[in-house]
Design a protein around this ligand. Sequence first.
Ligand code: MG
Length: 285
Amino acid sequence: MKLIRAGKPGEERPGVIHNNGDWLDVSAFGEDYGEAFLGGDGRQRLAAWLEQHAGSCPRIPKDTRLGPPICRPSKIVCVGLNYAEHARESRMAVPEEPVLFFKATSAICGPNDNLIIPRGSRKADWEVELAVVIGKRASYVEEAGAMAHVAGYLLHNDYSERAFQLEQGGQWVKGKSCDTFAPIGPWLATPEDIPDPHKLKLWLKVNGEMMQNSTTADLIFGIPHLVSYISRFMTLLPGDIISTGTPFGVGLGLKPPRYLKPGDVVELGIDGLGTARQVAVAYGR
Ligand code: MG
């Protein structure tokens, strides 16, 4: 099942991409895709409801803006340096345990919204990532049972301002949390649609040029380990996002480094999770 949310920012309505490709408005189901829905067997209840009601759901015009496919979660936990080649291009050691950092949830936006290059930014960079959405409260979860805590998967661009992240002291969060730095979607794919999340191609282009082209088969720490590991340090709630890290090919790693400027077009995709497109604009426009 592919879950979408469509409409103006802040006014998105829940929908699904139907088997025939139509976008169905499922507002009449009565729940948005937040913690209660994701943690309360919402997708099974919605699937059962659709069997009766799909025919009467309004069709959403396909030129409607797509918002983030889930409501704002309690947290975005990001994994750093989770691909060996990316650790090398970042001139950092391949980690022995997952590197974790937070990204502000206010950074979340729709998959095709503009990237706003923040005030004072000189080093805005891209990072295509597979993001995992939690579907069941997770605290001290064992690896063997971890996948039962996953509600689905998202395409995520973990935008990063490298000067804020690496040159201004303290934690990475400063360079990861600016508004529009977390475009997610176009849809949330539920696990039955993604039988093996560790075998997905992921790619990213800037102005049509392929910059990242890899596979989640190269993840150092896989999803069961990440869910289990993170749940030792905090409780993961339904809707929470774990972004699993980016592969080789970010702007920071190029010689010379290359960063985004207004007018640049970033396109990205992951097998089964769709594609997204963001145009960089200057703050204040
Ligand atoms: Mg990242």
